[in-house]
Design a protein around this ligand. Structure first.
Ligand SMILES: *Cc1c(COP(=O)(O)O)cnc(C)c1O
Length: 391
């Protein structure tokens, strides 16, 4: 019985809300469902201002536009990430400076940041890989010291949190803070591979710093001050800035609304599957065949992904081939950007050994809402059998 790597999930009310959007007679962006989704994020997580976008990439591009970068300005991004984290800034004419990952997990190594900072550094864009928080105390401290903007790529990080160290430097001290609510700006993705989807593609821009709110609304709607016009703050609207068409259709927002309404159920199911993987694979990890996902003491788990890290590329190739022969579709993940065709010539040549290791050795196992516990057992049985025959 074949087990796919990913399968989009329907909560049941998507078609109903999409029909409602059509019958309401307004399908373009910024209608009832768009506003409901944005308000949901603002209320549930305390984000200052949320704007739905057509993709996570779009939200990152809006962040990059808001940073007002000049040619030669530098933006620090992890190399082990999806291309959009870097692309958004490169499109604005900035130079991307790649950071290595940590040994313990694929997130950007905050301890290496100081060494990457120059007088031209303007932005740090940490990625919360697998929905697990980066070391945000350390990152925000470096940003504050050098007056940098922090853009969180929270594409994978819905409903995940950061637990600050005790101390005075970060807002919300003593409380856990939702990811996407720590940096000046943040981007979420609702692509079909994420925990919730807006019908295949979608994203969200989060503005936490007040100084970006007005311009974010303008950029969102093609450089017009429509938002202020509809609130009655100006008596006509016009073209006042740069921008693009970043709003999604109401049909996508309606789809997303059905998913958000069921977020707690989606998260509970994903976490149960994640935990089953963890428990079942622990004995093999203890024997040293691979390592399990790392959740640092300052992070929570949103069960976006279940990955294991093998000791070598050969070991990974062997396991993936075996699983495929059993019709289990596991997957590796990013080719590090600094080694990729396009970005290689834009990289300063530093070795990034941890990124290379994750690029060679990380395996993602199937994890989606409609995967059953029995299927997780089947996958874990197969992995056990593989290692029994290997010894
Ligand atoms: C999914 C993802 C994106 C891009 O989101 P899209 O909605 O597919 O454009 C960006 N960064 C990371 C880390 C992602 O996982």
């Amino acid at each position: 019985m074949k087990i796919n790597f990913n399968q989009p999930h329907l909560t049941g009310k998507e078609a109903h809300y999409m029909y409602e959007a059509v019958m309401a007679g307004k399908l373009s962006g910024n209608g009832k469902f768009t506003k409901a989704c944005q308000a949901w994020f603002e209320q549930r997580y305390g984000f200052r201002k949320c704007l739905l976008t057509s993709s996570g990439t779009d939200a990152l591009e809006m962040c990059a536009m808001l940073c007002e970068l000049k040619p030669g300005d530098e933006v620090i991004v992890p190399s082990y990430t999806f291309v959009s984290t870097a692309l958004a800034f490169l499109r604005e004419g900035a130079t991307v400076v790649f950071a290595d990952s940590m040994k313990r997990n694929p997130n950007l190594d905050a301890e290496s940041l100081e060494a990457l900072i120059t007088p031209r550094t303007k932005v740090i864009a940490p990625v919360h890989y697998a929905g697990v928080a980066c070391d945000m105390d350390a990152i925000m401290a470096v940003a504050k010291k050098h007056n940098l903007i922090v853009v969180e790529d929270a594409a994978q990080a819905i409903d995940s949190y950061y637990k600050p160290n005790p101390g005075p430097s970060l807002k919300g001290r003593g409380q856990i803070i939702p990811l996407g609510g720590i940096g000046h700006l943040a981007a979420f993705s609702f692509h079909e591979t994420k925990n919730v989807t807006a019908g295949g593609e979608g994203g969200l821009l989060v503005v936490n710093d007040e100084r970006f709110v007005r311009r974010a609304e303008i950029i969102w709607e093609k450089g017009t001050n429509r938002a202020e016009f509809f609130r009655g703050e100006v008596n006509k609207y016009g073209w006042v800035d740069m921008g693009s068409s970043f709003l999604p259709s109401e049909v996508n927002a309606a789809f997303l609304w059905a998913q958000l309404e069921n977020l707690d159920d989606i998260q509970a199911k994903r976490k149960a599957l994640w935990t089953r993987y963890y428990e079942r694979l622990k004995p093999l990890a203890e024997k040293g065949f691979f390592t399990l996902p790392d959740i640092p003491e300052y992070a929570t788990n949103n069960a976006h992904m279940f990955y294991i890290v093998l000791p070598s590329l050969e070991a990974r190739t062997g396991l993936l081939a075996y699983l495929k022969s059993r019709e289990i579709y596991a997957a590796f993940h990013y080719l590090s950007l600094h080694s990729s065709d396009y970005y290689k010539s834009r990289h300063d040549g530093r070795a990034l050994p941890e990124c290379d290791r994750y690029a060679d050795c990380l395996v993602r196992l199937p994890l989606f809402y409609d995967l059953s516990k029995e299927e997780v057992n089947t996958i874990c049985d197969a992995i056990e059998t593989y290692y029994q025959s290997a010894c």
